[in-house]
Design a protein around this ligand. Sequence first.
Ligand code: GA4
Length: 337
Amino acid sequence: MVALSTPTVEQFFVKTCKPVNPLTCIDIPLIDLSKPDSKHLAVKACQDFGFFKVVNHGVPMTLINELESEAIKFFNSPQPVKEKAGPADPFGYGNKNIGRNGDIGWVEYLLLNTKPESHYHKLLSIFEEHPEKFQSHVDEYVTAVKNMACDILELMADGLKLESKNAFSKLLMDEQSDSVFRLNYYPPCPKHQEHEINGGNLIGFGEHTDPQIISVLRSNNTSGLEICLKDGSWVSVPPDSESFFINVGDSLQVMTNGKFKSIKHRVVANSEKSRMSMIYFGGPPLNEKIAPLASLLEREEDSLYNEFTWFEYKNSAFNTALSHNRLGLFEKISSKI
Ligand code: GA4
């Protein structure tokens, strides 16, 4: 059990990584969902990076903007009002403390269960005036983004030539799918002298991979998101409020026997502008067995992972620190030699 005390500014510096500047420049893979050739590009992006940007996604900007402005209104409300919706374990409002293992970041957030109506009691205390409006925008947004995530997962399955196109998407479509929706608000961080001296940045959300199958992120136009390339260098992702960014999660890496990469990413805080992001984490039902798909194992190729249920993985993941290599525990010994 970790005691939660108020963190000092020094604790937020990125200490563990190579200097952040100058960042490597790469072109983030771009998938246009209106183009038929996108399945090959999506597969390549998942193999090379585990990350890509999506345009022509069909999610209405009005819905995105409405939800964003309601969320901003919430994060700008007085601290005691926000605290009424905390703590964020397992769901609710969180401030600087992330997870249960002592991680901190320059971030405030709302963690919500995606099952419709499941938050109504907590939302009642946050949105004293119109909780139902916020709830219905969350439900509508989550449904739209989940549908897009399923289209993308079907595109991937098609690109991988799987017989069942819904091998991945059926896990999100299942009524018991254990998915999560997160609103992250990164207030402008204090300018700090050390900031200039050691070239470090205040950390908004520390480096980690996402445990689920797929993550769908949308942010405002404030930068901060960085992804880690295979050579360990960090790349800043130019924000684009009209597009979505997709991450491969640990569970999809396992189902593809490591062909798709679960990407390490983080968010650095910005001293000029606030950053607001909304992320849908598409997860399988708790009792779902996660293992490499038999049809994806090439002849004589060994499975790299021991089978686990999502419940087992989630339990183990939630007891680790953010930057922990969570999949390591489930790798087959033979594949480590
Ligand atoms: C990362 C992805 C999602 O934001 C999240 C996070 C969760 C949390 O904030 O409680 C975790 C983190 C995330 C992985 C390791 C554990 C659990 C914080 C943490 C230290 C909601 C999730 O599913 O896993």
